[in-house]
Every structure is written in structure tokens, then in C-alpha cells.
Design a protein around this ligand. Structure first.
Ligand code: ZN
Length: 238
């Protein structure tokens, strides 16, 4: 691991602390990146300043093109990307082109996540991202709750409330117990408000990306049978 990698890991490991960021800024100064160093220091002094990456110079932001996200959709706080807005498919990435045969050997491209790395893994590996807005996705209101559903089979167009398996499994909401919804959307998780649903999918997206960027094995290999059991179909005991 290079010194730069080690300093970056320290930033990622303690996103609330300024010290690792300022140590990183010193390294930037010593390695010909004074604009980057100045931005980190300035924003650490002004923690409320939030700037879209396209308002920074390339030397200030220190990164080039991001797979699956426009610079305007990356919000930089305290010197690093803090919030991202992108489509759900750009966050998790498209199906991996190298392992369409899922019974094959371990895949070096996607590490058996079944996804070609895109914005989520890129961002989580380099920035202490804390919030993700999934553009085009929205929880569905029903009665007194809001829900996200599992995108069991891709449909075209994808329903705004449906999530890929990785993100759905990372949600913390309780599984919904409603015949209508489970008939229409297979399975879903519910929330008392739209805001809690949106916050939980943001947290789920961050968790998934950090885990994947760290090289941890996926919860399940994509395409593996998820074991759908409708809450009212028996087998749940009770
Ligand atoms: Zn693959």
C-alpha cells in the first residue's frame, strides 16, 4: 500500500474527523497538488460548504471522470465527495459482462458480485460518501406506509420503487405484510414516512458500496435464488 492509499484509508475510516483529511492535505502539498491541499483545508474550516464537483477545478477536486455520475451530481464537503446523486443502475453497475455464465469460475472483474463496478464502488473506495440519492427511484405510498420492493426480475421500464437485490437486502425496514402489495410487487419493505424510506435506501446504498469496495464477499452471488417467501404463504410460523 502506498502512503497516499494509507492516508486515504484513514480518511475513509474516520469520516467525522478533520485530522486525517488535514494530514492528507499535507501529503498533497508535498506531492505537487497545492490546489487540492488548499481545497481540503478551506472546506475543513468551512464544514457547511457544499460544492458540486463541477464548480471545482480538476486540480482542486483531484479526480477525473467518474463512471456513472456527472460531476454536477457529486457534492464535495470537507474536501471529499460527501453526497452522490445517480440512477440506481449507475450506483450498483450493470450486469457484469465477464461472467454472464454464473456457474463459471471466480470473476476478476466483478468479484462475483455480478455487477460491473460503477459509481458506487468508485466513490466508496475513494471518498467518505455519506448520502446517496437514487435519481429516478422513489418509494411507493400505500395506505399509511411507503415501501421499496425487490426487483425480482428486471422489467422495462423499471418501477421507481423497485430495487436491485443487493440494495433491497441491505434495507433495514420490516417486510411488508399486505396481500395487494405482495401480489403486485412480490416482496417489499415498509416505512412509516417517505423520508425514512429515502434515508434507509441511502444508507443501504452506502453500506453496499463500502462493503463491495472493501472486497468483502457479496451477501449472495447475483442470480442466486433469493428464497422468496411471501409473508402470507405459510412457512413463517407465528
Ligand atoms: Zn463478473
Amino acid at each position: 500500500m502506498t502512503t497516499a492509499d494509507a492516508l486515504l484509508r484513514a480518511v475513509l475510516a474516520d469520516p467525522d474527523a478533520d485530522t486525517p483529511r488535514l494530514v492528507y492535505a499535507d501529503w498533497c502539498d508535498d506531492h505537487g497538488q497545492p490546489d487540492r491541499a488548499a481545497l481540503v483545508r478551506h472546506q475543513c474550516r468551512h464544514p457547511d460548504e457544499a460544492r458540486p464537483a463541477d464548480t471545482l477545478t480538476p486540480a482542486e477536486r483531484g479526480f477525473g471522470a467518474v463512471p456513472g455520475a456527472a460531476p454536477a451530481d457529486l457534492i464535495v464537503r470537507r474536501g471529499f465527495v460527501d453526497a452522490v446523486s445517480c440512477a440506481v443502475d449507475d450506483w450498483v453497475g450493470p450486469d457484469c459482462p465477464a461472467c454472464s455464465n454464473r456457474d463459471g469460475p471466480d470473476c476478476p472483474l466483478c468479484r462475483n458480485t455480478g455487477r460491473e463496478p460503477r459509481c458506487g464502488v468508485w466513490a466508496a473506495a475513494r471518498h467518505p460518501v455519506r448520502a446517496v440519492t437514487l435519481a429516478g427511484s422513489a418509494p411507493m405510498p400505500h395506505g399509511r406506509v411507503w415501501f421499496w420492493c425487490l426487483d425480482e426480475r428486471p422489467t422495462y421500464p423499471r418501477h421507481p420503487s423497485s430495487l436491485p437485490q443487493e440494495l433491497y437486502e441491505s434495507l433495514t425496514g420490516p417486510q411488508i405484510d399486505d396481500d395487494l402489495i405482495t401480489m403486485l410487487f412480490t416482496i417489499a419493505k415498509w416505512y412509516p414516512t417517505e423520508q425514512t424510506a429515502v434515508e434507509d435506501v441511502s444508507a443501504a446504498a452506502v453500506r453496499w458500496a463500502r462493503r463491495t469496495a472493501a472486497g468483502d464477499p457479496p451477501l449472495r452471488k447475483r442470480g442466486e435464488f433469493i428464497g422468496l417467501v411471501h409473508p402470507n404463504s405459510g412457512g413463517g410460523g407465528g
